[in-house]
Design a protein. Structure first.
Length: 435
């Protein structure tokens, strides 16, 4: 985790104190279940809770033990015994390390997902507010980076809102998929521990029992989780890239907020650069990169190896922390985004009316021209305008083939900007409902 791109709430999920607290809760809940089943004394389970529930685990001491044992869970259990005393011998009975590690990881991932869902809600709120603010603000739509037909800026933001709504649904599904618990023993057979222990721990930790595990929870669940984060990151980058293009000097239809005292360049005092959206582009690349090792982690030897372990210790914190930061940065960027309708109109007018070429094409076919002829009539008048040689409307009115089929008034009617926006309300209702 890089402090520059880390928010405290998400970081705390992955801190050692939180991790050890979750490990303790898994062990203590398992002890409760074992006590109810008569496997260990009930007083022993009570003592575990009483002595360690509010304990602050000594991370340095655990690290010291691990340097000798070369085993993190054993190091923790040894330290727990130092806190609990003789009753600690009843802890971890019938369990294997992965029961603790995998269940803990899934608790952390579900908590991280809860934060990320709240982050997406912030992005959605910002997009919705600005989309309605500019619902009917005309701007040019572009395909291949080239002027196409008019859209509205609100519609651009509605696209993004719908995309992040899908992201939210995917993340909810990914959270559900990864929210499983395994307390099934050395190879998942429950040979040394009753399945009811797993059921008890799962309920206590807000998870569900893994239907079938080996020594580990199946990693296809985690692969889907991190792949979902990668897709969300791609949505972040798509919107960030749109903003970067719109802020280009030659376009300048929208711009990142530039605060008092902010500097854009160490060399050129005039610069106002899209640094936030460029930063988001870079962060998105990193989140996507974490999806690949998660997919490779699906492939483990037999009932378990630890080739996944080192990767997960990095990608778990880094992917969730990075996406958390990115989503919050994106929400703030949209909330403060500077939008320039006058420049949008200026750019709309830049091609001298060529954005209405399809309407002329359709109108000519409806007047009896073949599509091939209509396309030829329109294109031969469009190309001079493309080169800066005249105005599209004027040239059409002078074209003898066009004049045979359409009056001046009929040609002018095809240049109505509002025609393109007649279904904006319908689209907004589809995206936002009846709000």
């Amino acid at each position: 985790m890089i402090p520059r791109y880390t928010r405290p709430e998400m970081a705390s999920i992955w801190g050692p104190q939180t991790r050890f607290k979750i490990w303790f809760e898994i062990e203590a809940h398992a002890a409760d279940a074992q006590a109810e089943l008569g496997v260990i004394p009930k007083e022993a389970a009570k003592t575990v809770w009483a002595k360690a529930k509010n304990a602050t685990f000594n991370v340095d001491r655990i690290d010291e033990i691990e340097r000798e044992t070369k085993h993190d869970v054993i190091a923790f259990l040894t330290h727990l015994a130092e806190i609990v005393g003789p009753e600690a011998r009843f802890v971890h009975q019938g369990m294997t390390s992965s029961d603790v590690l995998d269940t803990c990881l899934n608790v952390q991932l579900t908590r991280a997902a809860d934060i990320l869902i709240a982050d997406i809600d912030k992005v959605l709120a910002a997009l919705k507010k600005r989309a309605f603010e500019h619902k009917m603000t005309p701007t040019i739509g572009r395909s291949h980076g080239i002027h196409a037909e008019p859209v509205t800026f609100g519609l651009k933001l509605a696209y993004a809102y719908a995309e992040f709504s899908r992201a939210r649904e995917r993340l909810i599904a990914a959270r559900k998929e990864v929210a499983t618990c395994a307390i099934s023993g050395a190879v998942g057979t429950f040979a040394q521990i009753d399945p009811r222990v797993e059921e008890h721990v799962a309920k206590a930790m807000g998870l569900v029992p893994e239907p079938v595990s080996t020594q580990v929870i199946p990693r296809d669940r985690h692969a889907m989780y991190f792949a979902t984060l990668g897709v969300i990151a791609s949505s972040v980058e798509r919107l960030a890239t749109e903003i970067r293009h719109l802020q280009r000097t030659e376009v300048l239809e929208a711009e990142e907020f530039f605060s008092e005292g902010q500097k854009g360049s160490s060399a050129m005092p005039h610069k106002r650069n899209p640094v936030l959206s460029e930063n988001l582009t870079g962060l998105a690349r990193m989140v996507r990169a974490y999806a690949m090792p998660a997919m490779e982690n699906v492939v483990l030897w037999h009932e378990r190896d630890i080739s996944h372990s080192s990767a997960e210790r990095m990608i778990g914190p880094d992917a969730t922390v990075t996406l958390d930061f990115a989503l919050n940065r994106l929400a703030g960027l949209i909330e403060k985004l500077l939008i320039y309708p006058a420049n949008m109109q200026k750019n709309l007018d830049r091609l001298g009316g060529l954005v209405h070429s399809q309407r002329i094409l359709i109108a000519l076919t409806q007047k009896g021209a073949s599509r091939e002829d209509a396309y030829k009539f329109v294109q031969r008048n469009a190309m001079p305008v493309w080169r800066g040689e005249g105005d599209f409307l004027t040239l059409l009115k002078k074209d003898p083939d066009v004049k045979k089929l359409m009056t001046d008034a009929e040609i002018e009617e095809q240049f109505d900007l509002g025609y393109h926006f007649k279904h904006i309300d319908t689209i907004f209702k589809r995206v936002f409902g009846e709000s």
